[in-house]
Ligand binder design. Structure first.
Ligand SMILES: [Mg+2]
Length: 347
């Protein structure tokens, strides 16, 4: 079945006047790019890439998809999704199959798998073979700019919604402030709820080891991305020094990056991002590879695409999501969310 159409829609978002913050950056929101593919039989599939920041990024990505990637997709057979993925990597290699190029590849790859599932009338997990009917979920709700009372309120709300785990940002100027933040949250949610801590690449190795030991004592579930994403030597030292699991991967690109981290024993929990890793084709490869290394997979970001992928991974650990919004299709039961049952990546 040939792909006959690829349409790009840019949604520009007015930046928030009070952006959420982590230890590295402010995230006012910038918008997103949606890709819709259509076969000669009129079956469609969609994928998208959102941006937490950089106002011009959606327009730049749309141009890249239109001029570089779209010609590689049109008139190809939908059954050859992995071949199309390889071709997009090969074509963009000249300037680097990373950054925006990878965001575009991922959005198209998502649209193609969605289209294949819909053309066969089955969820994507049925194309790949399912292991899990449901996935544990946690709420990433504790932004760095929230006051203590705000963070207590939102974490308590997440628990009231049915989450059994919350993640908070740390990486304040001092260890003392980080410890105080964990105590404040623990006070609000009690002892039965897991707390993950995330420093968004902001520390040195020595400081990450020092703070990691403190989070270990506080019983935190994992210590996320304390070092710059590409510092494989630092992550190897950290994972070796600490008992608390070291989680990273949201800023790594391609399965090859993950292979290096796994080989070096520089990560305990992998956290691939759908956009940066390169779409479902790459996430499946990364997740399966990590399983061979006996390392769990926790998604960066949530939604039906990650859920369909995690449904097929024996090492799926946690889905990341935010607070459930009105109309959300995620339903929580015992801290777990059901895997979607609609065709493609639909609910
Ligand atoms: Mg993170």
């Amino acid at each position: 079945m040939k792909i006959k159409k690829l349409e790009i829609t840019v949604t520009q978002q007015a930046p928030s006047a009070t952006p959420i913050r982590d230890a590295l950056q402010a995230l006012p929101g910038a918008g997103s790019v949606k890709v819709m593919v259509e076969t000669e039989d009129g079956v469609t599939g969609v994928g998208d890439a959102g941006f937490g920041r950089i106002a011009g990024a959606p327009q730049a990505l749309a141009a890249l998809i239109e001029h570089e990637l779209k010609p590689l997709v049109l008139n190809q057979d939908l059954a050859y999704i992995r071949a199309i993925h390889q071709e997009m990597l090969r074509e963009t290699e000249y300037h680097g199959a990373f950054g925006l190029a990878m965001f575009g590849i991922a959005a198209i790859d998502t649209a193609l798998w969605d289209c294949l599932g819909k053309s066969l009338g089955v969820p994507c997990w049925q194309l790949w073979g399912r292991v899990n009917p449901r996935i544990r979920a946690y709420a990433m709700v504790g932004w760095l700019n929230y006051s203590d009372s705000e963070v207590q309120g939102i974490c308590a709300k997440a628990v009231a919604q049915g989450f059994h785990a919350v993640k908070i940002k740390v990486g304040y100027p001092t260890l003392k402030q980080d410890i105080a933040r964990v105590h404040v949250v623990r006070q609000a949610i009690g002892d039965a709820i897991e707390i993950m801590v995330d420093a968004n690449q902001s520390l040195t190795t020595a400081e990450a080891i020092r703070r990691g030991r403190a989070f270990e004592q506080l019983g935190c579930a994992w210590w996320e991305e304390p070092l710059p994403a590409d510092d494989i030597d630092g992550y190897a030292a950290l994972a070796h020094a600490l008992d608390i699991p070291v989680a990273t991967g949201e800023n790594l690109y391609t399965p090859a990056d993950f292979a290096r981290f796994l080989q070096r024993e520089a990560v305990d929990i992998i956290q691939p991002d759908l956009r940066r890793a390169g779409g479902p084709t790459a996430l499946l490869q990364i997740g399966t590879m990590a399983h061979a290394f006996r390392r769990p997979y926790a998604s960066h970001g949530g939604g039906p695409v990650q859920l369909n992928i995690m449904a097929c991974l024996p090492n799926a650990l946690y889905l990341e999501t935010g607070l459930l919004q009105p109309g959300s299709q995620l339903t929580l039961e015992d801290g777990y969310v059901q895997v979607p049952s609609g065709p493609g990546f639909s609910w």
